[in-house]
Design a protein around this ligand. Structure first.
Ligand code: PMT
Length: 222
């Protein structure tokens, strides 16, 4: 991205995993390291944007200039993302939100002898769909993490979640996806697509942001 291309634009980015507690010592989570979302935050800052980074627990340095809102659970991420997206021009959902949480939080550590063969789960709200329903609606960019049939699942999510753009990546492969420093994306929007080949996440973030800036300028021509 060129410096200044997103000058004064308010961007909310979610990054990292969420943590859904079971008892005071255990939680359900996923493999997201936050690298993709943090790389997007850094790229957005270099192009002049105001960046709010809503982050699940990760061990990465916060890009200088970003406003960090640390969260743990999907419900906390939902509240923070909705609050900040009301005044955002762009929302990018790079976080790997847990789709389910344990229905109950045990006050004490669950013991081995307890009947824990079943953990009743409750469905978490879909954060990005809620952002796409805000009025006014920011430009909404989703990710899709897939282990198979990437194009079909991504296109379905683009439509069903009412997104403006979706960046799909393979996970569970030898290269790219979760935790890796590298990634590749297949980007889809209504009526178009582009492949961003395997590279480091910082380069990839700048390439994706360039596409996002184009979409924003199509949406709000000067
Ligand atoms: O963090 P890294 O280790 O660098 O890995 C990067 C990544 C693989 C996590 C990232 O590139 C990525 O794909 N993030 C989205 C992961 C994901 O949860 O995808 P999904 O296909 O399950 O969800 C689709 C979209 O809906 C995503 O934008 C997600 O943020 C959003 N979602 C999902 C569930 C939910 N309850 N609320 C949501 O907003």
């Amino acid at each position: 991205t060129q410096p200044g291309v997103l000058a004064g634009v308010n961007i909310v980015i979610s990054a990292g995993p969420t943590r859904e507690p079971l008892d005071p010592v255990r939680y359900i989570t996923n493999r997201s390291s936050g690298k993709m979302g943090y790389a997007l935050a850094a790229a957005a800052l270099s192009s002049g944007a105001n960046v709010t980074l809503v982050s699940g627990p990760v061990s990465l340095p916060v890009p200088a200039g970003a406003k960090l809102i640390p969260v743990e659970t999907a419900l906390q991420m939902y509240d923070a993302v909705i609050t900040h997206s009301r005044t955002a021009d762009i929302y990018i959902g790079a976080a790997a939100v847990a789709d389910y949480r344990p229905q109950q939080l045990a006050e004490r550590k669950i013991k081995k002898g307890d009947d824990t063969s079943n953990i009743p789960l409750a469905k978490n709200p879909d954060i990005i769909t809620a952002v796409a329903n805000l009025q006014p609606k920011p430009l909404v960019v989703g990710f899709a993490a897939e282990t198979d049939d990437l194009e079909n699942y991504a296109k379905h999510k683009l439509q069903s979640k009412n997104l403006d753009l979706i960046a799909a990546n393979w996970v569970g492969q030898t290269e790219g996806g979760f935790e890796s420093d590298r990634n590749a994306l297949q980007v889809f929007w209504p009526g178009g697509q582009q492949i961003l080949p395997m590279t480091d996440k910082n380069t990839l973030a700048a390439q994706l942001l360039k596409l996002i800036a184009e979409k924003l300028h199509e949406k709000n021509p000067v």
